[in-house]
Design a protein around this ligand. Structure first.
Ligand code: NDP
Length: 341
């Protein structure tokens, strides 16, 4: 079976990608930042065709060279590692550099040391599609044709959501530019999910370390919405299992090469999430908001309607039958309840 390099294997989305790759029989090399994370992954898959390598800092020059040079025969690369949190102090060194230089260095290392790589799949984001001003425009339809117009300087200035969106936009642009200018032996497919919910498959010692996009569901079941339902954010979502399948399908399906994929299941809002959890987990009632709980502006979809989306390319080319919100949220809670607070 072909050999796949998966960067950031300790992450929320990557753990599902790793699961699928190993179940399908691929040989996998995954990178993580520390020996602790490497041991956790090795312990989860005893006897698997899996090796785990340490890349402590993806923003360092030539960060991936030794791992890629030391693993002959790589056929595909899934590059998921990139910061998705708002706990940084310096946007350039802690957010933009790992996202953009990390992408650059993995692509350069492949070109130099892994001539057999046929395709790279990059985890991009809806963040690389949006125009912030259109997030309140019900007449706008977002699709793969759209690019976030924010500049690198906007990313340096913030606010933090803008900085994150710029990190994803510039990382994805870096990858498309690399393929166009360097003409390597591989092509590229990018996956652009909005807010990703779903069961936790990566190692997590405590709910305090929950990944950014599932944090709202962890907050909800810990009673943090009892006195008020917070704003929803972007109103579009997708289940992590659909995102992971999209990564693997985009690697396997020939016509996926050269394309971006806007992978969204559709709309959600926080009021709906709270309702789903109330219905599926009556035992949690004392921790959850009720119909009488105040809802912040943006906690429910706007009455005039939200911006529109076109997910037809991902549906057709990648063949995704989108997991519904009810299942996704209920399955998320099931895994979160097994993790200590
Ligand atoms: P996680 O935080 O769980 O995963 C991020 C991964 O990137 C982890 O493996 C993390 O390593 C690694 N990483 C972060 N910063 C660095 C760094 N400076 N150096 C090396 N590795 C680093 O989040 P997700 O799984 O959600 O994110 C995975 C990808 O998906 C990211 O590219 C993110 O931008 C993208 N994405 C996520 C969405 C979501 O809603 N979840 C939506 C759209 C895109 P470690 O485990 O050591 O922290």
């Amino acid at each position: 079976m072909p050999k796949v390099l998966l960067t950031g294997g300790s992450g929320f989305i990557a753990a599902h990608v790793l699961d699928i790759l190993l179940k399908k029989g691929y040989e996998v090399v995954t990178t993580v930042r520390s020996e602790t994370k490497a041991s956790q992954i090795r312990a989860k898959y005893p006897g698997a065709k899996l090796s785990v390598a340490i890349v402590p800092d993806i923003a360092a020059p030539n960060a991936f060279d030794s791992v890629i040079a030391g693993e002959p025969g790589i056929d595909y690369v899934q590059h998921t590692a990139s910061p998705f949190h708002f706990n940084w102090k310096d946007a350039r060194t802690e957010l933009l550099d790992p996202a953009i230089e990390g992408t650059n260095s993995v692509l350069r290392a492949i070109k130099k040391h892994a001539p057999g790589v046929k395709r790279v799949v990059l985890t991009s984001s809806f963040a690389a599609i949006i125009t912030e001003a259109d997030l309140t425009n019900p007449n706008k339809t977002f699709s793969e044709a759209d690019w976030n117009p924010s500049t690198y300087e906007d990313g340096l200035k913030g606010p933090p959501p803008t900085s994150y969106r710029v990190s994803k936009t510039y990382a994805e642009k870096t990858a498309w530019d690399f393929v166009k200018n360097e003409k390597p032996g591989f092509d590229l497919a990018t996956i652009c999910p909005p807010m990703v919910f779903g069961p936790v498959a990566h190692h997590l010692d405590s709910l305090s370390g929950i990944n950014t996009s599932n944090a709202r569901i962890a907050d909800l079941i810990q009673g943090k919405w009892k006195t008020g339902i917070p704003p929803s954010g972007v109103y579009l979502w997708v289940d992590v299992r659909d995102v992971a399948n999209a990564h693997v399908s985009a690697m396997e399906i020939p016509e996926a090469g050269g394309q971006r994929f806007f992978t969204t299941a559709g709309y959600y809002d926080n009021v709906q999430i709270a309702k789903v959890v109330r219905a599926a987990y009556p035992d949690l009632a004392d921790k959850l908001p009720t119909d009488a709980t105040p809802v912040a502006k943006g906690g429910s979809l706007p009455e005039e309607g939200a911006y529109k989306y076109d997910n037809s390319r991902a549906t057709k080319v990648l063949g995704i039958d989108w997991i519904p919100l009810e299942k996704s949220v209920a399955d998320t809670v099931e895994t979160l309840l097994t993790i200590p607070a």
